[in-house]
Design a binder for this molecule. Structure first.
Ligand SMILES: CC(C)(COP(=O)(O)OP(=O)(O)OC[C@H]1O[C@@H](n2cnc3c(N)ncnc32)[C@H](O)[C@@H]1OP(=O)(O)O)[C@@H](O)C(=O)NCCC(=O)NCCS
Length: 144
């Protein structure tokens, strides 16, 4: 675990106001945030129908988590399971669960549940590889 989380503290979260880290939650009474989470600046969380972010989840900047989408009349709890990572500028739609340890690439549109331990990206998000394959790829890249 990254050392910068050693003194992690839950920030003050108020409806429609930027936190000290410059992300914002609407309807925070329906928002659950795990420990050692890292949410990038200008991410917006619309928790009207519930958003749950489990421990150690990382979200890039400029993401949007929608538990309600008025354009297509969708509602539902959004769940980001433990240690998943959401690349910057991504959108997660109502009712979606992103599985434990799964990685979502930057600028993805996540409109279906993603299983644990996989890498998905694109609009709509598509399967790229398992996290095991991704780790192996990183290991090889570092050796070069
Ligand atoms: C998804 C991701 C983790 C994959 O990493 P990677 O394996 O090193 O990426 P590569 O560049 O080798 O791409 C692998 C393939 O996935 C595709 N791909 C990678 N990222 C993509 C993305 N965000 N959207 C669509 N396709 C993507 C590549 O085009 C490539 O496809 P190809 O094999 O057909 O050419 C990475 O590209 C990414 O998006 N990281 C998020 C970064 C981020 O948001 N950082 C800020 C927050 S901390």
């Amino acid at each position: 675990m990254n050392n910068r989380f050693k003194n992690w503290q839950l920030p003050k979260i108020e409806h429609g106001k930027l936190t000290k880290w410059n992300w914002v939650v609407y309807r925070p009474e329906n928002f659950k945030l795990g420990k050692k989470t890292d949410i990038g600046a200008f991410t917006a969380i619309f928790a009207h129908h519930g958003v749950t972010i489990e421990d150690e989840v990382q979200i890039g900047s400029h993401c949007t988590l929608y538990s309600a989408s008025t354009i297509d009349d969708k509602q539902g709890l959004v769940v980001l399971k433990k240690n998943c990572r959401i690349g910057s500028h991504s959108i997660v739609m109502p009712g979606i669960t992103v599985g434990e340890n799964t990685i979502v690439g930057a600028q993805s549109f996540v409109n279906k549940d993603l299983p644990p331990n996989e890498v998905w990206a694109g609009s709509p998000a598509r399967f790229l590889m398992t996290t095991e394959e991704y780790s192996e790829k990183l290991r090889k890249r570092r050796k070069k």
